[in-house]
Ligand binder design. Structure first.
Ligand code: ADP
Length: 554
């Protein structure tokens, strides 16, 4: 596909320079364009900032007819249209929240013999819910004017992905109605299973897949223990490393966003918050201030981000646990789009996992924005979604608890990519601090911890179990007479943090389960550890648990 000998090669080169102002193609751009212009269905995995838009905008310019682009966010669409119009490429969009007369005008233009548009952007709900639009597309197709269908952010089709949107699932109808029109599916994030899911749901045929490394060498990753001083730590980190530079701080809840923002403001940072409860005008205002560098830092939920094109974001901080590795990778990906060194720091503690788990079960997690205003209650199977979300979250916990392996490797493995951690060149915390590690068989300790959970009646939290195991005589231990339990103090010899890492590993492995609930009294969260009998038998049937520990820390 990289060959220069396609009938359109010359025209591509010329227009890439003349219209888009690019001197060359970026990796895979030429290949993707050649594949889609040859009429194949194509699936493209390209990291954020890789240049996905050009792979359909350039063909749209050259080909006869109209390219239909399905994109999830109106703000994203408006941004694209603005750029296209600046380059004198006629484009329009249709969305449900547009004036009816405006919509009619665009539809009328589509019907006309000499339709001027080269690209028509629509939101997925428009395709799924508007028979009127489908009729117009059929009409275009009949007149051989439907050149190509582009599905942007295609991972939203999949329930296994981190950003599932119900309307995307209905997009399979396009391939049914227009089987011979080439489809180009684009995403910056998809695991092998998400990719399969997307290909299936969209009904792509003999699809050609392009994927390139998801490694971002200019991003420096670290996971830092989150303590009570977290806000002070964040202030210090920014002051020492990125003062007056641009960054995003991702928070779990709306309240957290406001708290973190006001705290940093008091410390003298130019900072604002952004979340789903603000009205759209307020949100747009904050985003604009940030784009124009009037403020440096945005404290936001994941509602902020998709389609952010700011090239000089120097840091992305996670104040709380991200919901999945995919989500984390994408959120970090908003840093350093200009290729300059940027930091990605994640503040982690295990109790955030418990808080997150409760919010998941209550459906209280803010998602990235939805165009259609749908909530997730109309999902196909809420039970399985909760299960997927919980599994994604567990993987994230496992990532954070890992204090040995290269962070890049851990992320890229998730995307099915092979990565040699020596090429990390000490740009993640683990590679930086670990000169060597030892592998330790912790099966016996694991068995003791499981036993202790049982001995204490499966009614206590993980931190209480750890206290008893490490031989504490705290009030709570004595009140429950747990200093009398046979395994009290059995883990006294273990280094600090070692027992908790093993216990958390048992939770990640689903051998122990955190049962989280809101306590009736003060609304505070309580969680108790239970034993998963289905899994625990493996532990006693000869299955060994080997964990890596740093053997020397610089
Ligand atoms: P993505 O959608 O993959 O995140 P975009 O399509 O928004 O990326 O492109 C990111 C930036 O790279 C844009 O500013 C775009 O103009 C620029 N770009 C894309 N292709 C090229 C190229 N071949 N040469 C130079 N700049 C490019």
């Amino acid at each position: 596909w990289s060959s220069h000998d396609f009938p359109w090669t010359k025209e591509l080169e010329v227009n890439n320079k003349k219209v888009f102002g690019n001197h060359s193609f970026r990796p895979n751009q030429r290949e993707v364009i050649n594949a889609t212009m040859s009429g194949s269905d194509v699936f493209v995995l390209m990291p954020t900032g890789g240049g996905k838009s050009l792979t359909y905008q350039l063909p749209a310019l050259i080909c006869h007819g109209i390219t239909l682009v399905i994109s999830p966010l109106v703000s994203l669409i408006q941004d694209q249209i603005m750029h296209l119009l600046q380059a004198n490429i006629p484009a329009a969009y249709l969305s449900a929240n547009m004036e009816w007369t405006e919509q009619q005008e665009i539809l009328r233009e589509l019907n006309s013999d000499y339709c001027k548009y080269k690209l028509l952007y629509v939101t997925p709900e428009k395709v799924v819910k508007s028979d009127n639009l489908l009729r117009h597309l059929e009409n275009l197709h009949f007149r051989e004017l439907l050149a190509r269908i582009v599905i942007d952010e295609a991972h939203c089709v999949s329930q296994w992905g981190h950003d599932f949107r119900p309307d995307y699932q209905g997009l399979g109808i396009l391939k049914q109605k227009f089987p011979n029109t080439p489809v180009l599916a684009l995403t910056a994030t998809a695991t092998a299973s998400v990719k399969e899911d997307v290909v299936q749901a969209l009904g792509l045929v003999n699809c050609i897949v392009f994927r390139q490394s998801f490694n971002r060498p200019n991003l420096w990753y670290s996971v830092v223990p989150k303590t009570k001083k977290c806000l002070e730590d964040i202030d210090k980190f920014i002051r020492e490393n990125h003062f007056d530079e641009c960054g995003i701080i991702y928070c779990l809840s709306r309240m957290d966003c406001e708290k973190v923002a006001s705290n940093l403001q008091e410390c003298g940072h130019k900072c604002a918050f952004y979340h789903g409860s603000m009205d759209p005008a307020q949100r747009a205002f904050v985003q604009q201030q940030w784009s124009k560098d009037e403020i440096n830092i945005i404290c936001a939920t994941v509602a902020f981000g998709m389609g952010i094109n700011k090239p000089d974001v120097r840091f992305v901080i996670h104040h709380s646990l991200p919901k999945s590795i995919e989500g984390y990778h994408q959120e970090c990906g908003r840093a350093g789009r200009d290729g300059q060194r940027s930091s990605c720091v994640l503040y982690y503690n295990y109790s955030d996992y418990i808080r997150f788990k409760l919010m998941l079960s209550q459906g209280a997690i803010e998602q990235s924005p939805m165009v259609s205003g749908h909530n997730r209650s109309n999902m196909i199977n809420p039970g399985s979604i909760l299960e997927t979300n919980t599994e994604n979250l567990m993987r994230m916990v496992s990532y954070c608890e890992n204090n040995v392996d290269c962070r890049r490797l851990l992320q890229l493995v998730h995307f099915g990519e092979k990565f040699n951690s020596s090429t990390c060149h000490k740009t993640c915390d683990n590679c930086l601090k670990i000169t060597n590690f030892i592998e330790k068989d912790v099966t016996e300790i694991a068995k003791q911890l499981v036993e202790l959970v049982k001995l204490t009646g499966q009614r206590f939290s993980s931190s209480h179990i750890l206290e008893v195991y490490r031989g504490s005589f705290s009030q709570m231990v004595k009140k429950n007479r747990h200093e009398k339990v046979s395994l009290h103090g059995a883990g006294k010899h273990l280094a600090k943090g070692e027992a908790s890492r093993i216990l958390h590993h048992l939770v990640v492995e689903d051998i122990l389960v955190e049962e989280v609930k809101k306590s009736d009294y003060y609304g505070s969260i309580s969680s108790i550890l239970k034993v998963n009998e289905l899994k625990v038998c493996n532990l006693f049937a000869g299955h060994r648990i080997i964990l890596r520990f740093p053997s020397s820390v610089k």
